[in-house]
Design a protein around this ligand. Structure first.
Ligand SMILES: [Zn+2]
Length: 261
């Protein structure tokens, strides 16, 4: 009798663990990275904002100081929605900036994680959909020093106290001045390797002071308020961190990828 109950308990254990295993889910690597990126910023007082993935030309381009004849509006880069006038699949999470600023009074600091779309040929490093995390800070007397201090503090929280960064001039229509921020390659420590294309640096963020045209277009008085914005591509960071070699795997739904996380 004892043997029988022992056997039954083994079988019920196997059945229970089988049920447990089939029910166990996995977090997608993109979700992992978004959580990693967002956590230190939320601790620093940033609120999470969101907006629609199908967006008007006004919020995706006009309000962000992207001129009507700018090449990024071309059919090559943008998915236009058939049958809906001036409607696109958003090409950047910056589209949420205008929506947020129109309804909120400064000061505020927000982050916007989300999916974006580009109408371009796909290969191992380009996909027609990917994710960005955008940050926006607006208040009185906000300067480039705040941008630099905030982002350096953030990168130290994310990658450790000894992270080294460099700020280079960069161009984005919705900021002036614009900067690109690199950190010393985490693989080789700056010596040069295939991951950093032998440069010793990895580009990690695009950023800049919010262009006065953007503030004014969203109804915020640019003579009184200033701000800075920053953004990063999620899949690229996930590929670097986890050694994933093809960006298209991220949205393939292939469980062999997801089950590794
Ligand atoms: Zn390297």
């Amino acid at each position: 009798m004892q043997v029988l109950s022992f056997i039954i308990s083994i079988f019920s254990g196997i059945i229970a663990s089988t049920i447990m295993e089939t029910q166990k889910g996995h977090t997608h690597p993109v979700t992992h990275i978004i959580n990693d990126i967002a956590r230190p910023l939320i601790e620093m007082g940033f609120e999470v904002a969101a907006g629609p993935e199908m967006e008007t030309e006004q919020y995706n381009f006009d309000i962000l100081n992207v001129p009507r004849d700018h090449p990024s509006r071309d059919m090559q880069d943008t998915f236009w929605v058939k049958g809906l006038k001036e409607t696109v699949l958003r090409t950047q999470t910056s589209a949420v900036q205008g929506r947020y600023m129109e309804t909120k009074k400064p000061p505020f600091k927000i982050i916007v994680p989300g999916r974006v779309f580009r109408n371009e040929a796909t290969d191992a490093t380009h996909d027609f959909q990917f994710h960005q995390v955008e940050g926006l800070v607006v208040g009185e007397d906000v300067t480039m020093a705040h941008l630099k201090g905030t982002l350096n503090h953030y990168l130290r929280k994310l990658y450790g106290d000894d992270v080294q960064t460099q700020f280079r001039p960069g161009f984005f229509p919705f900021v002036e001045p614009g900067v690109e921020i690199d950190m010393v390659c985490f693989k080789c420590g700056g010596d040069g390797c295939p991951t950093c294309k032998q440069s010793g640096w990895i580009e990690i963020l695009g950023a800049g002071m919010v262009h006065p045209n953007v503030l004014n277009a969203a109804g915020i008085d640019a003579t009184r308020y200033q701000g800075f914005a920053f953004g990063t591509g999620v899949e690229r960071l996930a590929m670097l961190k986890y050694g994933i070699t093809d960006i298209r795997l991220m949205s393939s739904g292939d469980l062999r990828l997801v089950n590794q996380f």
